[in-house]
Write a protein that binds this ligand. Structure first.
Ligand SMILES: Nc1nc2c(ncn2[C@@H]2O[C@H](COP(=O)(O)OP(=O)(O)OP(=O)(O)O)[C@@H](O)[C@H]2O)c(=O)[nH]1
Ligand SMILES: [Mg+2]
Length: 457
């Protein structure tokens, strides 16, 4: 991203397609001047005369009837002068307004550039900027709550607290190095060790929330697999609560993997229905089965479906073997037809995997299955989303680096090593934490973060 921060950017802020309204956003020092050039209102007042944060009716001549909002710096999204123009939804009107603004000197914004400016102008820190994208992409209410907390600065406050405690320790150490003979208060090695340990403990607690936070944000992939005709697609439709996949009495109905997003008890799940495994009938079916096997090997959760009205066959056994030792649930379907398979035979292959009996026909056992999915994902424990939660791998690896550096500093303190050596590790932990909130950053980090945003945000 080679944008400069002193020009005026413009973008459509609403999604492409038809809608009730479409919004064009302008940000930068010439925003209001540009609005003056293109906006005509009945009272002939110009946007530069409007009070800040007020909305006005008028026209962009030759294009559309609009409502225009003027928001003067610094109380705006970017901390710059911002103008928003509400047009009728639809790309033609929006494109028309956009073209006029570009002709008058605005530059089309890059992805995430408004939010990047909010960061560079100091309104939000980097972790808060990342939360904006997570809010836009939130898949469930619980995931949204984590990101809203992060945007409100909850994570940043924890990081800042840890960081400032370590900076104080660093200052103590450096004072002790610089003025060894002076009679100034520089604390004791024991006191410093205690403080570092406490900070490390807090950071470890935070790092421990990453597993759950990442699941709430990104969800998991659950793959429904099994031999042909056991009822995989029937189960997929029941979990999705709609008839998404074709179900027939013929084995080999599903030929390709089919993915859909579903929320099961608040967990975002990418649910995949796969082609049933059976004696191969042709190239297409073979390709489908290869795909099924590769989905199973990459799954976070395997839902192994068996037809309970038939004895286990070699394909069932292959499936159970592949799922053994992985995060899996064995589902015995068609329970309405009675049980013809021997549970002991299943147990011989899969010792610890939970077995659930269901009937897709009678819609029986689906609640229990959903409960078990929930338990599997949260390892049986009910997790709370109180306090801050990590949901971003960039933050997690920076915290891990900080924890390692603090552990080295503790070690050095215990061994009574020189203050210079200890402060190297301490500084490293300060920098790692600084990367999270953007106290420390470079263009590469910013490019990676903001290029994931949509244009107009
Ligand atoms: N009696 C009974 N029949 C079921 C049940 N679940 C599914 N079926 C029937 O089993 C047949 C196969 O169902 P599907 O859901 O297409 O099975 P599948 O595993 O997706 O099959 P493939 O895509 O061919 O691998 C259909 O006729 C379903 O109506 C059940 O719980 N009880
Ligand atoms: Mg199917």
């Amino acid at each position: 991203m080679k944008s400069s921060n002193d020009d005026t950017i413009v973008a459509v802020g609403t999604p492409v397609g038809e809608g009730g309204i479409g919004i064009i956003r302008l940000s930068g020092r010439d925003s209001i001047k540009l609005a003056d050039k293109i906006f005509v209102s009945s009272g002939s007042a110009k946007p530069s005369q409007f009070k800040t944060h007020t909305i006005h009716y008028g026209h962009i001549v030759g294009v559309d009837e609009v409502l225009l909002t003027v928001m003067r710096a610094p109380k705006t999204y970017t901390k710059e002068d911002v103008v928003e123009i509400n047009c009728h939804g639809g790309m033609t009107a929006l494109r028309g307004v956009l073209e006029i603004l570009v002709r008058h000197g605005a530059r089309i914004a890059e992805p995430g550039e408004f939010t990047k400016r909010a960061f560079l102008n100091g309104r939000i820190d980097l972790a808060q900027a990342e939360a904006v994208l997570d809010i836009i992409r939130a898949k469930t209410d619980a995931g949204l709550r984590v990101s809203v907390n992060q945007l409100n600065g909850e994570l940043s406050r924890e990081i800042d607290l840890a960081r400032s405690t370590i900076i104080d320790i660093c200052a103590e150490l450096e004072a002790a190095i610089d003025f060894p003979d002076e009679d100034i208060e520089v604390g004791t090695a024991k006191g410093r060790l205690k403080k570092i340990k406490a900070v490390r403990g807090r950071l470890e607690g935070l790092a421990g929330t990453y597993h759950d936070g990442a699941i709430l944000k990104d969800g998991i992939t659950a793959v429904i697999c099994g031999r042909a005709n056991v009822g995989k697609s029937s189960l997929m439709n029941l979990l999705l609560k709609r008839d998404r996949v074709i179900v027939t009495h013929m084995p080999g109905t599903t030929r390709d993997a089919i993915e859909e997003l579903v929320s099961i008890k608040g967990i975002p799940i990418r649910l995949v229905d796969t082609a049933g495994i059976r004696k191969q009938k042709g190239a297409a079916e073979r390709a489908g089965m290869d795909k099924s096997r590769s989905y199973v090997s990459d799954a976070d959760l395997i839902l192994c479906v068996l037809d309970g009205s038939r004895p286990l066959n070699k394909y069932d056994k292959e499936l159970l073997k592949n799922a053994d030792g992985k995060c899996a649930i064995i589902i015995i379907n068609k329970y309405d037809l009675g049980l013809a398979m021997n549970i002991k035979d299943i147990r011989k292959i899969s010792k610890g995997v939970h077995i659930i009996k269901i009937s897709c026909l009678d819609k029986e056992g689906i609640d229990r299955l959903e409960d078990e999915v929930y338990n599997k994902v949260w390892n049986g424990g009910v997790r709370s989303s109180h306090g801050s939660m990590l949901n971003n791998i960039r933050h997690k690896s920076a915290i891990d680096k900080a924890i390692d550096a603090l552990a080295r500093a503790e070690d050095a303190l215990k061994k009574n090593l020189s203050g210079e050596l200890i402060s190297i590790d301490i500084r490293e932990s300060v920098n790692s934490l600084g990367e999270i909130v953007g106290e420390v950053y470079n263009d590469d980090i910013l490019n990676v973060i903001f290029s994931k945003f949509c244009i107009g945000k």
